[in-house]
Ligand binder design. Structure first.
Ligand SMILES: [Zn+2]
Length: 301
């Protein structure tokens, strides 16, 4: 299988700090690169993380607050400067089209790239490729916000003992995979469904149906935890999550690897987010993100 990993470019909410850039995340998925929420400074963070403009195939923006979108101007100019030869598709809330237009045309430059605008105005599928379906779900934030999910199609895993029991070997294995039946033996008798992997990106939201829909059964969930649990009132008021809320969603949804990020500058100890996530009963893999971290999508079970 090709590389599937998250490259963390920035982890700060609202304002960059000395240790955290504005948001920014690259998901590498089978040779494609999907850039999520490029905040200010993303172009330079890409350089530091070894991510080239040529690596980008899609850009997904959850909403038009600066910490999720100010980097669009620089990133879009960079893919044009570098003459990225393939199409790049941008998804963002349609209600923010005027913001996208301004960021795309913030200053003068020579447009060389086929940048497709694919704004989002409802829940559902945005793209279907051989290695994933990209979905959007509406979130709950003071400005319109969408989370994104990738789901790999289910495949089939061949079972060596069943193949042997039916005397199927060598080129016949490929034949039954292609044709679905061989000498009266059906494919489902010698194989089982291999569940497709799932990834979701949930930024800037209160608890809402979209959060649960996106988190459901994820191998990796990247989710904001702007606040600690003692500031739940602030989180609700400003349309954000706490570490405990994010971890509770992940526990209930059966998430395997939880990545917490988008931290408020008011907190100094990242370990507090881990402690509260564990106190909420999340027992899977847990990462409190920091800039320039690379996190592999967990191996299939
Ligand atoms: Zn934010």
């Amino acid at each position: 299988m090709s590389v599937r990993e998250l490259v963390v470019l920035g982890t700060a909410s609202q304002v960059p700090t000395r240790h955290r850039n504005h948001n920014g995340y690259l998901l590498r998925w089978d040779g494609e690169g999907i850039l999520f929420d490029p905040g200010e400074g993303t172009q330079r963070q890409m350089l530091r993380a070894g991510v080239a403009a040529h690596d980008l195939n899609r850009i997904c923006v959850t909403h038009f607050h600066g910490d999720h979108s100010l980097g669009l101007a620089g990133v879009i100019q960079r893919i044009n400067l570098d003459r990225v030869p393939h199409e790049v598709t941008a998804h963002y809330p349609k209600s923010g089209q005027r913001f996208f237009d301004r960021l795309r045309h913030a200053t003068a430059y020579r447009e060389t790239v086929d940048l497709t605008e694919a704004p989002v105005d409802k829940d559902g599928d945005l793209a279907v490729t051989p290695s994933y379906t990209l979905q959007a779900h509406r979130l709950s934030h003071p400005v319109e916000s969408y989370g994104y999910g990738l789901t790999e199609p289910d495949g089939r895993r061949m079972l060596p003992d069943r193949l042997a029991a039916h005397g199927i070997k060598g080129p016949d294995v490929g034949r039954i995979q292609r044709e679905g039946v061989l000498n009266g033996v059906r494919l489902d008798e010698v194989s089982e469904i291999r569940r497709g992997q799932r990834f979701a990106f949930v930024m800037d939201t209160r608890l809402c149906d979209g959060v649960y829909a996106l988190a459901d059964g994820c191998d990796m969930l990247v989710i904001e935890s702007t606040f600690l649990d003692e500031d739940t009132d602030l989180a609700v008021e400003h349309g954000h999550l706490t570490a405990g809320q994010a971890a509770t969603v992940a526990r209930e949804a059966g998430v395997r690897h939880l990545v917490l990020t988008h931290f408020s500058q008011r907190y100094t100890d990242p370990d507090d987010f881990e402690r509260q996530a564990r106190a909420a009963g999340f027992e899977g893999e847990l990462t409190v993100a920091h800039d320039l971290l690379r996190i592999p999508v967990p191996k299939r079970l």
